[in-house]
Design a protein around this ligand. Sequence first.
Ligand code: GDP
Ligand code: PGA
Ligand code: MN
Ligand code: MN
Length: 583
Amino acid sequence: MTTRLAALADWVDSVATLTKPDQIHWCDGSDAENQRLTEEMLASGVLSELDQATYPNCYLHLSDPSDVARVEHLTFVCTPERDDAGPNNHWMAPADAHAKIDALFDGAMRGRTLYVIPYCMGPIDSPYARLGVEITDSPYVVANMRIMTRMGQPALERIEREGSFVKGLHSTGDLDPEKRFIMHFPDELTIKSIGSGYGGNALLGKKCHALRIASYQAREEGWLAEHMLIVGIENPQGETSYVACAFPSACGKTNLAMLIPPESHPGWKIWTLGDDIAWLHLDDNGQLRAINPESGYFGVVPGTNAKTNKNAYDMIQSDTIFTNVATTADNQPWWEDKKEGEPATDWHGKPYVAANGPAAHPNSRFTVSATKNPSYSSLAEAPDGVPLSAIVFGGRRKELAPLVYEARDWRHGVLVGAGVASETTAAATGAVGVVRRDPMAMKPFCGYNFADYWAHWLSFADRSTKLPRVFHVNWFRQDENGKFLWPGFGDNLRVLRWIIDRCEQRVEANETPIGYLPKPEDIDTSGLNIREGALDALLSVNAEQWREEMTAVGEYLNSYGDRLPAALKEEHAKVTGALAKSA
Ligand code: GDP
Ligand code: PGA
Ligand code: MN
Ligand code: MN
């Protein structure tokens, strides 16, 4: 197999000349191909088999211990002008970046196979879908891309028809962290990544294409590429509302996207459309619609059990690639909070010793096809996507942020999104638990200057009068003993219900300086196991703390200088003004 598209054939040739692989393989995405690759990976030790009797078709991949998360300090956005990348990105001049990374690619695939992966982000027949080709020397990347994207022959056919595609070049290199770079050239529709085999650094369709490059294109073309789950919430009357939620990495997107309603909520049903990325377009009627560009889940494993996330737990019992989990004595995968079995071997492949830390890496992941999800929505493949009633921002905050609040309007909602902060997690290398600004949960993923991004968000108010309402949630408030105040998981449906009630104008709310908060009686607490006084604490706004927060938000926004949209400054002034007057 090769291609009749000259631009693609020439690019593959030039990459082969630079990287000098032993052979070239064009991926067709077939079962036979996948089987052969799996056998090769088992033989070379890239994968090992998990117990096939209890975990059929499940495999384990153990990364290099230095290569277990995204590396934001090595991720660059290389626009011709530094200011176009913004203070939110690391920047390098395109010519310097190409020179630096091409030197590392020189001969990088010697002794290896160069795989060409044509892929489609989004349903293959969707007008909103986008095309890409990843070249990689990692069969593990091929196997993951096969689950996470529509990969192979149909994608290649559409690429040949349309002629344009994002070029992604990846090599695991020698995994030396000193020679690891993830570089983006948005105006060249090009990605180059070397030295890492980890998901977000190596599966280029995901963060690199569907967020960084796509966000840049989306701004030019009038849409949005966002770090959001998409979920449908069906009430007992059979009406379904769709909501998209942006939470930072490892802050609950996958769990919320496939939530199982609590027993107190018979007749309610959750439908998953996406768990990590949403592409949002205004349709001809001014309705914002969402598609999920991905076709699988690359989810956090620790914490997944039959109680917290039964859908995820069930779907990873077969046909799953596990990365950096532990194993039991009978070779089943094991992770912290699995609530079943005992670890025998840790994620380094060494005998488990409790004193060495967690058995599974905190950012260990499962890769599994979305079609295995028991709550997979029948509209997940709809070419036009689903209409959104609400957009929800959120973060991981021990204190301050209430369980839920609603922005006054779209403009205020953009401020709420721009002000998102969250405690850092194991999804990126670096310290964990430090509060940092993560606007729209896009800090690691926005492919251009945040100031321009906020202006782009604000501009939607000029284009539609039917925009979704905007909310903020926090599942992670703690009491004075460090225990979560809110049980989370399935019980988050209670908060989604309030959000939909607001969208349908069924309930009033309490107006506060930061936005609208629920009247406590409007949150359904039937069957809810929650401490006395917890709901009041969760729905309180501490004016003193919020004044400090808004000062910090203001300083952060001002660091974007003259490019910061005036409307955002005005919204900020409105909130600080209201807070100054409140007790
Ligand atoms: P994602 O990376 O944003 O998709 O986040 P996940 O859904 O994978 O969750 C990340 C971690 O947060 C996992 O360990 C979950 O068990 C935990 N988590 C998810 N939702 C909740 C929640 O509602 N409450 C609490 N306390 N933890 C949660
Ligand atoms: P997550 O996706 O949001 O599910 O953690 C991976 C990531 O953002 O690195
Ligand atoms: Mn993510
Ligand atoms: Mn996730």
